[in-house]
Design a protein around this ligand. Sequence first.
Ligand code: ATR
Length: 287
Amino acid sequence: MMGSASARLAGVIGWPVAHSMSPLLHDYWLREHGVNGAYLLLPVLREKLSVALESLQATGFCGVNVTVPHKVASFAVAHELDELALATGAVNLVLFRDGRLLGRNTDALGLQASLEESLGPAALRGSSVAILGAGGAARATVLACDKMQAATIRVFNRRAERAEFLVTAMRPHIHAELYACAWADWPRAAKGIFLLVNTTSGGMKGAEPLDFNLDGLPFGACVCDIVYNPLKTKLLEGARARGHRSVDGLGMLMHQAVPAFEAFYGVKPRVTPALRAELERALSHVG
Ligand code: ATR
């Protein structure tokens, strides 16, 4: 953290928030660019969201990132929403401008940048994608894959009705053909899939494991897991063992922070191998 009386202030609100990697990321860029700014961990209880946003705005913060459990509630309290926030129904960045709360969602841009970096900008054009999960992260993934011109997107969820709900809500926002699928439909659908993305919390540290079998996925297909703690999830290890190309969750984490840093501090930062190495080191200590 650099800091002085005129430092630009930002941070991340969530509960719990102590585990967040965002301060490490933003501090790295603050140092790299010599910005007079600070980025703080801000623990905020679910029922204190509105009062916290008001107070942070009143104390001169320029904005905050938003994490669990506030992403949907921030959508509801924002005065203005960008197109990606509207399409996902969730906000991960709130900017304070002239007494107003501007709600944005940078998760889709972050995943798109990560997939483009790992697989190439045209990798998904005309292809078929499968998404596991039907929460906010799945919605951001639908948008990212649609922007990369996937032809077909299939959303698989344990509770099939939640996948149906997502598909109905998102169809008007995208070009790709979008289908809801039950978990049990996977073996039949697998053979046409080019990219599988896990957006569930299954496999995350402290959460239930993801019980999912990659059998049937074609040899040339790619597997992406947006979970980054642990970085080597069981799903990705299984994918690598079968010879699939894989994309881990760190790319999305780094890239979703780029527009936030730029909005807070006025400098567009770069995602570099050195930044990835710093985050990998930190994750290996978190265990
Ligand atoms: P987010 O908004 O971060 O995506 P969420 O709204 O809590 O999170 O959604 C979590 C998703 O992960 C859901 O799709 C959930 O499936 P259900 O709707 O059937 O509960 C899915 N999920 C969580 N743990 C899972 C597990 N162990 N296996 C499969 N799916 C899981």
